[in-house]
Design a protein around this ligand. Sequence first.
Ligand code: AMP
Ligand code: GLY
Length: 428
Amino acid sequence: MNALVIGGGGREHALAWKIAQSPLIEKVFCAPGNPGIDRLEKGESIALSVDDFEIQAEFIAARDVGLTVVGPEAPLAAGVVDYLSERGRTVFGPSAAAARLEGSKAFAKAFMARHDIPTAAYAEFVEPEAAMAFVQEKGAPIVVKADGLAAGKGVSVCADVDAALTAIRAMMVDRVFGDAGAKIVIEECLVGEEASILAFCDGRTTMPMASSQDHKRVNDGDQGPNTGGMGAYSPAPVVTAAVMREIEERILRPVVAGMAREDTPYTGILYAGLMITEQGPKVIEFNVRFGDPETQVVLPRMRGDIVPLLLACCNGALEGHEIDYEDNACVTVVMASGGYPGPYEKGKEIAGIDAAEADSDVIVFHAGTRQEGDRLLTSGGRVLNVTACDPDIRSAIDKAYGAVRKITFDDAHYRTDIGRRALARLDV
Ligand code: AMP
Ligand code: GLY
């Protein structure tokens, strides 16, 4: 059968790359895809909109697509899984009702409160005056979050009260995130180290993948504004076996059980963004999809065929499946357009990918590229995810940066310290 991946970034390239390795799959279509996906032997980008479910349904019927995997959150929140499954299609991801775990922070917080899932203490507001009074009373540090989807930019971690008041005004009065800021959540600032856990879910059962850690700030030393993610590595040593057990028992299983009990069973990937605090792991946020760039470091470590797992999630048959990971480390460095996450120029010519990939431990996932004749050009903020696996984290970092140095485009920006927290743990 054929597979369809919806989306066109580095996460979707990694998904298409892994799905294409399955003997069950003849062809992996990706909508809208990218030039990296076209370079896969079984890969083909198709010019379909991520948001046009009707066209997607027609394509699935016409091209013998037996499995559709949805990358980004927007079509999930808009109900792509409901639409396609009502038409008898096998589609990996949560329903719109279940996708509220990411689509509404207020929903996610109230759900966690109902099911006693550890997270930061919080309050929600629809009136700016009440929100401001709350911040004045609580003091800083404090975290202000737009309720709705804001392309990863709706969170302000505020070191002082003034910054929190400014964030409230921007979200609720100036509406910089539109309706996403009509309601806000204000929460306690958690202290600890962050980690991401992505778990397969079939509505009843959950199976976590290997841990990873994202680097959200644009500059070295976690400075500068938040981005979609500037790099990642797996595994995250902060997630010891004991911490992973606690995550499963106190977070993943209660989420799946709670969603089932509330008649919105959770299928697809549950992504728990966690703070590993002195009191144990606490939820910072849920995402309802594969993480980007976490997927790019977790899938290269996964042994075996991912397709039976994806199908099992769609069919409520995950129990009994197992996943194995290579006993190694994987690092991805995001090469971005200069200026990102602010305004940046597109259309810069990219060179050196073949040289970087000459090392068989290196994979360059495309995130924002465009083919023009025989030239590969930049076409997004995050351009490439330069990924390397090696037996240990230190050499994986060295390999990834060795590959980065072979790739050039004008104004390229990347962090030089991806993986530093893992190294710091090795040194103690
Ligand atoms: P989010 O988009 O919810 O993942 O938030 C973006 C980033 O803000 C997270 O990766 C954390 O670094 C930070 N953050 C969010 N909520 C909190 C919190 N309650 N305490 C500390 N940091 C937080
Ligand atoms: N890496 C963060 C995200 O996927 O939202």
